[in-house]
Design a protein around this ligand. Structure first.
Ligand SMILES: Cc1cc2nc3c(=O)[nH]c(=O)nc-3n(C[C@H](O)[C@H](O)[C@H](O)COP(=O)(O)OP(=O)(O)OC[C@H]3O[C@@H](n4cnc5c(N)ncnc54)[C@H](O)[C@@H]3O)c2cc1C
Length: 302
């Protein structure tokens, strides 16, 4: 209670707007999750820096992009959620083949802007429903491309709110991981390097990849995309299907009939439903195929 008061006093003093007990189900693509104790959407970099500097010693801070890879506990988050939103969504073109993209910009917009300038290399990301920050953090990828291929450097705030830059090999990209994995740094912007290409061909490729998504993925239901990582030498979706789990449900959570690696919020699923279904899938796949599936979706809260 005392900590809560302290946080409120600091935010009021600095005139940083915040909301208390904000339902996370409204900020995640799963539409699942209890309340965040504090929810802040900074409007400027200065406000963001102050938030980080002042609140880091008092409470856990969680940086939120579009919430498209998160499963938040029904009990909510005893944390300060800092949303990197539309005030951090600038996209500029400093040189002919580079883009400076702020963390809150959507990947979708980034892909469209790159295409409009005839820049190739980002087509793979068209249809991934995240922000630039979330895509860098996760090293998001699809159709044989990943952020690793295009990111030149990233600027971020460390836990003291100090502006820093990390580039090249130091970004440490791997399968759905990066330099930022497990750290509490706030990604501010990324420099993306692309190549000059043919606008019509780029557009055609993007449309083709989007059509494949629409055909194969249950986009009509809330989900967080692929629930499990691809295990060495196999595909998670194929293993789940092979184990006879398509259509299996726990409460309102279901293994999609359309794509078995998509666990969907079929009908008012709770986090508990989803976690039980994840465990059930892991156990049955292990028993039937010998593969241990690891989650790609990130859990937040108790
Ligand atoms: C229908 C659907 C399809 C999908 N398809 C794909 C796909 O093809 N390939 C793929 O890789 N993923 C896919 N995803 C998953 C998801 O879109 C990606 O992981 C995406 O990169 C997450 O971005 P986000 O902004 O939503 O991040 P969030 O879900 O908000 O956060 C994910 C992680 O990134 C961190 N983060 C976000 N922004 C920042 C920031 N500014 N600073 C520091 N940390 C930050 C968060 O703290 C968290 O740890 C899909 C999801 C859905 C719902």
């Amino acid at each position: 209670m005392q900590r809560e008061k302290e946080i409120e006093l600091l935010l009021d003093r600095e005139k940083i707007p915040y909301r208390k007990n904000e339902p996370m189900k409204e900020h995640t693509s799963f539409h699942i999750g209890g309340d965040a104790a504090f929810f802040i959407t900074p409007r400027t970099q200065e406000e963001l820096q102050k938030t980080v500097r002042l609140l880091t010693p008092l409470a856990p801070i969680f940086f939120l992009g579009r919430g498209s890879n998160l499963l938040v506990s029904d009990a909510g988050l005893d944390a300060v959620v800092v949303e990197i939103g539309k005030d951090f969504s600038q996209i500029t073109f400093p040189e002919e083949e580079t883009i400076l993209a702020s963390a809150g910009a959507s990947l979708l917009r980034l892909c469209i802007e790159a295409k409009d300038r005839g820049l190739t290399g980002l087509e793979f990301a068209y249809g991934i429903p995240g922000s630039v920050g979330g895509a860098v953090y996760m090293n998001a990828g699809a159709f044989s491309g990943e952020m690793k291929d295009v990111v030149e450097y990233v600027e971020y705030l460390d836990e003291d709110g100090v502006l820093r830059r990390v580039d090249g090999a130091a970004l440490d990209f791997g399968y759905r991981k990066s330099f930022f994995t497990g750290k509490n740094f706030c990604i501010l912007q990324a420099k993306i390097r692309l190549r000059k290409g043919n606008r019509e061909e780029i557009e055609k490729k993007m449309e083709e990849l989007m059509a494949r998504r629409k055909l194969k993925q249950p986009l009509e239901y809330p989900s967080a995309g692929s629930t499990f990582k691809r295990p060495e030498g196999a595909y998670a979706g194929a293993l789940i299907e092979q184990s006879g789990l398509k259509g299996r449900s726990v409460g309102g959570a279901m293994v999609s009939e359309k794509h078995a690696n998509f666990l969907i919020n079929y009908q008012n699923a709770t986090c508990a439903d989803m976690r039980s279904l994840i465990r059930l899938v892991q156990e049955e796949v292990k028993e039937k195929t010998g593969y241990q599936l690891e989650c790609e979706v990130l859990f937040l809260g108790e």
